[in-house]
Ligand binder design. Structure first.
Ligand SMILES: [Zn+2]
Ligand SMILES: [Zn+2]
Length: 354
């Protein structure tokens, strides 16, 4: 393997289609000594020639990001400079953390930050998606009540970055702790997004039923599907007499070169097995159960994955659950997490056709 691991040690990113740390110039694969676009800070180039070549197609999204950054900086400075009054205490990043939206003077700042996320997501690079995710997670900490619906796109961003374990932890939190009727969203002492290294193989329990947000339910299908594909791969490669004694290290080499998700990196107990038939069956049944749940919630979603060109249009501002308009929003939140992992996309398309 000649590709370096991503900063958090993940090799599986190279098995996903999101561009990582290479020049955005036409068909350019240069990875070293790259220069960042100074205006948007979301794309990289090997030099001036490729930056100029890419400029015509990059210009409009670059300007949108540049303007969104300037707007956010202005709103943030205004909020920080604000003396305390009856509407909001001074130093809100300390004093109002956890209930930002409740205080109306914070809203222009939150809106500007949301706009920056939206503009960053026009750019399909690891740097842009990673920054959009960081903003999203920090905004959720400022306002766990999430009046802007930021949580809906978070699991799919984790998936685009190859961080399936964290996607599952996030989803499980909303399907367990965050789904409790007595959960106190406004109380800074309430445990928030505090699940880590949860077992992605575990039965669904009540998680899928407790999740309300359709984009998050779709991402749960994707998490299970990607793990299913990896486990099927292990089974196919190593469950044969001649390969029974393959060492853990050798199997991990296979995982690094082929896995689409990062879950197996921390699951020596699973990788060390010599057969995985039961896990394949369990994951497939879990994934299909959540797949059916999506279908039950909105029959337009799975067909949308077959004809994406119809669904990438402008996003409606109002929709009712189960409607084609709802699917446009859910599609925007989740589409690239499928498109950038073709084996997962192919598998769910085949389920829908069946
Ligand atoms: Zn730019
Ligand atoms: Zn280049």
């Amino acid at each position: 393997m000649d590709l370096p691991p991503a900063p958090n040690g993940l090799y599986n990113r190279w098995n996903l289609a999101l561009h990582w740390g290479n020049c955005s110039g036409p068909n350019c694969h240069v990875r070293n000594n790259l220069l960042k676009c100074g205006a948007c800070r979301a794309v990289y180039y090997c030099g001036g020639a490729h930056q100029r070549a890419h400029r015509p197609q990059h210009k409009s999204s670059c300007n949108l990001i540049k303007n969104a950054r300037a707007q956010l900086a202005q709103e943030e400075a205004a909020l920080r400079a604000r003396p305390g009054d009856m509407f909001l205490e001074a130093n809100p990043f300390e004093t109002a953390r956890g209930s930002f939206w409740r205080f109306t003077p914070t809203r222009p700042y939150m809106q500007a930050r949301f706009d920056l996320i939206s503009t960053l997501l026009n750019i399909k690079t690891g740097a842009a998606v990673e920054e959009a995710l960081e903003h999203s997670l920090d905004m959720l900490q400022l306002n766990p009540g999430d009046n802007q619906g930021i949580r809906s796109h978070v699991p799919a961003l984790y998936l685009r970055l190859g961080r399936d374990q964290e996607a599952y932890d996030f989803i499980k939190w909303y399907g367990t702790i965050g789904a409790q009727s007595g959960y106190e969203w406004g109380n800074p002492e309430s445990p928030f997004l505090n699940l880590h290294d949860e077992d992605v193989f575990e039965p669904l329990g009540g998680i899928a039923k407790a999740l309300f947000d359709l984009s998050i339910i779709v991402s749960l299908v994707n998490v299970k599907v990607r793990l299913l594909l990896d486990i099927r791969g292990l089974e196919k490669e190593f469950n044969k007499p001649a390969k029974r004694n393959t060492s853990y290290e050798k199997k991990m080499e296979w995982v690094r070169e082929n896995a689409t998700c990062d879950v197996l990196y921390k699951r020596r107990d699973i990788v060390e097995r010599t057969e995985w038939t039961d896990l394949v069956a369990a994951l497939e049944s879990q994934a299909k159960e959540v797949f059916d749940r999506v279908e039950g919630r909105n029959k337009h979603y799975w067909p949308a994955l077959r004809s994406p060109e119809l669904h990438a249009a402008a996003i409606p501002t109002a929709y009712s659950p189960g409607s084609p308009e709802e699917v446009k929003l859910v599609f925007r939140n989740t589409w690239y997490s499928w498109a950038e992992c073709p084996p997962a996309h192919e598998l769910v398309k085949s389920w829908h056709a069946a």
